[in-house]
Design a protein around this ligand. Sequence first.
Ligand code: 9Z3
Length: 364
Amino acid sequence: MVKEVHIPDGVQANRIDMEYFESNPKPANLDAHSTLARTFIEHHAEQNRRVALVTSGGTTVPLENQTVRFIDNFSAGTRGATSAEYFLESGYAVIFLHRQYSLLPYSRHYSHSTNCFLDYMTFNDAGMVVVNTEYQHQMADVLAKYNKARKENTLLLLSFTTVNEYLWYLRELAMLMQPLGAKSLFYLAAAVSDFFVPAERMVEHKIQSSEEFHIRQPNGATGQPPAAHMEGKQLLIDLDPVPKFLKMLVDRWAPQSMIISFKLETDPSILAEKARSALKKYSHHLVIGNLLNTRKWEVVFVSADGGEKWLRVPAGRRTKSVTGLLPDTPSTEESREPAVEIESWIVPEIETLHTEWIGHGDQR
Ligand code: 9Z3
């Protein structure tokens, strides 16, 4: 008779942790990131400063080792980059773990098609390039905050691309932050894939679509069936679930830190329930739920005591590009800008919760 053995959650998490990190390659940059982060954390620990790890942007799931094709998770990096600025304003030092080339704190104001930095520049009478008078005040304000963060060394930028890199960096940073105890905060805004291609099932070369080349593709690096392969004219992809890293973070990598995660949904009817379920599963401090189409206008805070609180900002001016190249005719909710950045409400709320939590101890 086969007896069912119950494996306690902690042991389970430990095993998944070991298996994942033993069988998926350490990123080439891990040691370099780690050295930078250690110096940064030690410096701010000496200053008795709170440190927030803000994750931002989407993770990729490569289909090939020499990657031509990959699956991506949606995120421009606005939530993370904007929140990082407000954490800095609130006196935190920020480790900004972001998807390479996604939005960054401060420079986000002048990037991408609607806000190209060149549109803010002009020539003065002497033929020198200067900031257009119209934008002087706004740019001076951003520049002053950026310079302050640089001078005080309060912002560390570290980038990832794949979900594997993200998991390795998150674990490494969490362990480096342990000496900060309750002064460390995790603000997990990155859009992390739930599925991935394990290294042992990753093909080396570009998947060939023409049938005459199918047989040349080796059967995965370790002889395991490849996760992505052609069958006739169809590409079949068979992904593994990403291990429950939030469980590992909460229980083992950062047991003394305050941990806040985001939950992204598209169906409004399940958002709060999904946020509650994540909180129940992982026992961290707060889940902030948001919907893809309204994420700049409203979020819901779901806390461990069952509380549910909505933050809603009113709509403000219509979206208009500096050059006027984009049409100023809103047809969707997206084409109106919120009156304020919702992160300017989210972050002070979190700072208050963090302060209470440092004062009263863990109430999870
Ligand atoms: C979010 O929900 C973020 O708020 C957005 C921000 C991705 C919507 P943008 O960068 O968008 O401003 O364009 N992040 C999703 C977090 C996530 O993937 N959570 C996972 C989960 O709940 C793991 S913590 O399972």
